[in-house]
Design a protein around this ligand. Structure first.
Ligand SMILES: *Cc1c(COP(=O)(O)O)cnc(C)c1O
Length: 362
């Protein structure tokens, strides 16, 4: 069975990566693995645009989010969450789970944050030790500006922790120049891989802060990953197959050029959005400048989203996603993480029209 995944992650995995995934593994304490890990580490530095370390954890994106919280903070620490959607809310929940004191700036879904609000909260609460933000908010398709945020937060006592899980690869990113302290990503979003690996970039400020964090951790303890990394190893058995496939995926993305990958995706998003609005959907995000490249969120008031999702999946092996949270019934989210062409979009639109025609005659 093969499905076209127009979902916001995972996407379809290209054939050449599936071939790599089918190969036998090597042992993670031997020289061959060490060699691969050093290579992968350098390629990840190029993707994140940093001279710092980018750790590899065996987990999904949410595991990486939790790991950032336990490595930098202690019970009761004050933090600020910039909440622009479902994944901003997840940061609030994890912080509360670990008994941090959470300040949040909650914005309407479909909009971005205001820097003045962040400045105000950090001025009123100078003890805030961390600012959490979602780069590309997958529940709304909004991209939050990290550069301006980094430029402000670097002069404060706080670390800037960015969930770049669906934002990485398909949107410009510069860890060092933007002064991000901790950036999180995961294999199944932009990296053309199955789920299972997460990536964590750490600034010097972040590494220093780790020493004062007293929240309990064992598996997530970054200091162990950092010391093993120097020797080309992971502290615990890594997902060897995925690390080997990551090496192949990064070669492909870097050879093609991240700029080109971004540009292609932006064009495909514009094309898809135009096609979907042509057939009666309305764009969810009004402000053109904050639209991300890997997701087309559109609204409808005459299509039953649950039934449409089921129809496409059952009849045509096409998977699309409905909205999250309060938009569960009104929003269709067409994910573009897979390497789709305009013909794939035309085909999707044709099948949606077919669904509409059947339901109008009923
Ligand atoms: C997918 C996603 C996550 C969660 O990742 P899992 O791998 O499902 O744990 C977190 N944040 C964002 C922005 C995402 O898109």
């Amino acid at each position: 069975m093969s499905k076209k995944l127009f979902t916001p992650g995972p996407g379809n995995i290209p054939q050449f990566i599936r071939v790599q995934l089918a190969k036998d593994i090597i042992h993670h304490r031997m020289g061959d693995y060490q060699h691969v890990l050093f290579e992968v580490a350098n390629k990840l530095r190029r993707v994140f645009q940093t001279v710092e370390d980018v750790l590899i954890l065996t987990t999904s994106g949410t595991g990486a989010m939790e790991s950032a919280i336990v490595n930098f903070f202690s019970k009761g620490d004050e933090v600020l969450v910039i909440n622009t959607g479902f994944f901003g809310e997840r940061f609030i929940q994890i912080c509360k789970t670990f008994a941090l004191t959470v300040h949040s700036l909650d914005y309407e879904w479909g909009s971005t944050y205001q820097l003045d609000d962040v400045k105000r909260v950090l001025t009123e609460h100078p003890n805030i030790k961390g600012v959490f933000v979602t780069y590309h908010e997958t529940s709304t398709g909004v991209v939050n500006n990290l550069k301006d945020l980094g430029e402000f937060v670097r002069h404060t006592n706080a670390l800037l922790i960015a969930d770049c899980i669906s934002g990485m690869i398909h949107h410009p990113f510069n860890f060092d120049e933007w002064h991000v302290d901790c950036a999180l990503a995961s294999s199944q979003k932009g990296f053309l891989l199955p789920p299972g690996l997460a990536f964590v970039a750490l600034s010097k400020k972040a590494k220093e802060r780790m020493e004062y964090a007293t929240l309990p951790k064992y598996f997530w303890d970054y200091s162990k990953y950092l010391s093993y990394y120097k020797r080309g190893q992971n502290p615990y058995t890594p997902s060897i197959s995925l690390v080997l496939a990551l090496n192949v995926a990064l070669d492909y993305l870097l050879e093609k050029g991240i700029d080109k990958v971004i540009e292609e995706k932006r064009k495909l998003r514009e094309y898809s959005e135009a096609k979907l609005t042509e057939i009666g959907f309305t764009s969810f995000i009004k402000d053109e400048s904050i639209k991300g490249n890997v997701l087309v969120p559109v609204l409808t008031n005459d299509v039953d989203i649950d039934k449409l999702v089921e129809f496409l999946d059952n009849r045509y092996d096409i998977s699309v996603s409905k909205g999250q949270g309060k938009y569960a019934d009104k929003m269709l989210r067409v994910g573009l993480l897979s390497e789709f062409t305009e013909e794939d979009i035309d085909n999707l639109v044709e099948k949606i029209l077919e669904y509409k025609a059947i339901n109008e005659t009923e």
